[in-house]
Ligand binder design. Structure first.
Ligand code: APR
Length: 335
């Protein structure tokens, strides 16, 4: 017998990341899935296809596609992947503004119908879009969480495992900071079966592995030519949904609004977060070496630059967007 009331998880954006995530979640068999996109027929077609895979794969998850938000009402978790990828000739600022318009309007629609949901943000530029979603939804920080660190860490772990021909199960790694160029891999705390990676991999080689993880998204864009990564990003988002939905209390690197932790105030940045029912349970403040803290602050500073751009152009985003605030960094050099 099915539970009387199944959990509902909405995925906004039925593109590569969103549809792959919806499939992964349907296969978990723990919730019904609503897939939303603006393209007519796309979410409906993909949802029906996934529904029809149920008898073969063996899940009862009901997958529904929609161009509107009625079906999303009362969702427990909403994962937002809608937006555009950067196109040739588009500046970084253009991309920020285009995706900001998408995120602001989607978050308004979602928050109105699912006021108690946890938002998991995936759209890039990740940290800034999560901060915008936090402002527009008016949700407490516990319920707006950005996916970046799980993906960055997975890439780092993959390359360490391949380098040493080790099992990924034995590789633990730590990546903090904003998503992208300024991410902060904590090699000091990264281990293989408990042995620090620095004892196993020569410094220069380790640095090139770090750089490959940092450029992980671009490496895949260059190979694909059209589109960007989606298998690993959707797996990362699904792991966060697992932790929230199943209340596993896992500690995963996620982007959340910091309130003074690590000397960062009022900015979304990737830090270790315990996730469970209701979203963020706790920010886990690991002790950082001074240079690691400085790198984290440089990363937060890069997020702040995008937030300042968004704040200065709030009237271009559409609708009423509350001030995004100005982040404050204390206690370490930010140069
Ligand atoms: N409402 C709903 N859906 C929208 C909207 C909107 N306002 N605007 C765009 N979309 C949809 C598009 O129609 C498309 O189907 O978002 C989807 C995005 O899918 P893709 O273009 O395939 O992009 P994807 O690879 O899934 O990446 C989505 O995740 O990892 C990040 O950088 C990536 O920001 C990007 C996002």
């Amino acid at each position: 017998m099915l539970a009387a009331v199944r959990a509902k998880i909405t995925v906004v954006g039925a593109g590569n990341v969103g549809a792959t995530l919806a499939q992964r979640l349907a296969e978990r068999n723990y919730a019904d899935i609503v897939l939303v996109d603006i393209v007519e027929g796309l979410p409906q077609g993909k949802a029906l296809d996934m529904l029809e895979a149920g008898p073969i794969v063996g899940y009862d998850s009901v997958v529904t596609g929609s161009n509107g938000y009625e079906e999303t009402a009362g969702s427990d978790i909403v994962v937002i992947t809608s937006g555009v990828a950067r196109k040739p000739g588009m500046s970084r600022d253009d991309l920020v503004m285009t995706n900001a318009r998408v995120i602001a309007s989607v978050v308004r629609d979602v928050a109105r119908r699912s006021p108690d949901s946890v938002l998991v943000m995936v759209t890039n530029p990740l940290d800034a879009m999560a901060q915008l979603a936090h402002a527009v939804s008016g949700f407490p920080r516990e319920r707006v969480i950005g996916m970046a660190g799980v993906l960055d860490t997975a890439r780092f772990r993959t390359f360490i495992a391949r380098e040493l021909d080790a099992s990924i199960e034995d590789v633990d790694a730590y990546v903090l900071g904003g998503h992208g160029d300024t991410m902060v891999p904590l090699t000091r705390l990264s281990t293989v079966a408990g042995i620090p990676v620095a004892e196993l991999i020569a410094p220069q080689r380790l640095e090139s592995i770090v750089q490959r993880a940092r450029d992980g998204g671009a490496e895949i864009v260059n190979l694909l030519k059209t589109g960007s990564a989606y298998y690993a990003p959707s797996a990362a988002a699904a792991q966060m949904v697992d932790a929230i939905h199943l209340d596993t209390r896992r500690i995963l690197p996620c982007s959340v609004m910091l309130k003074g932790e690590f000397g960062i105030q009022g900015l979304f940045t990737g830090v270790p977060c315990q996730l469970g029912t209701g979203g963020l349970v706790e920010v886990v403040e690991v002790k950082l070496e001074p240079e690691e803290r400085a790198a984290l602050h440089r990363s937060a500073n890069a997020v702040r630059e995008v937030i300042e751009l968004l704040d200065s152009r709030r009237s271009d985003i559409g609708g009423t967007v509350p001030p995004l605030g100005t982040g404050v960094l204390v206690g370490a050099s930010t140069s």
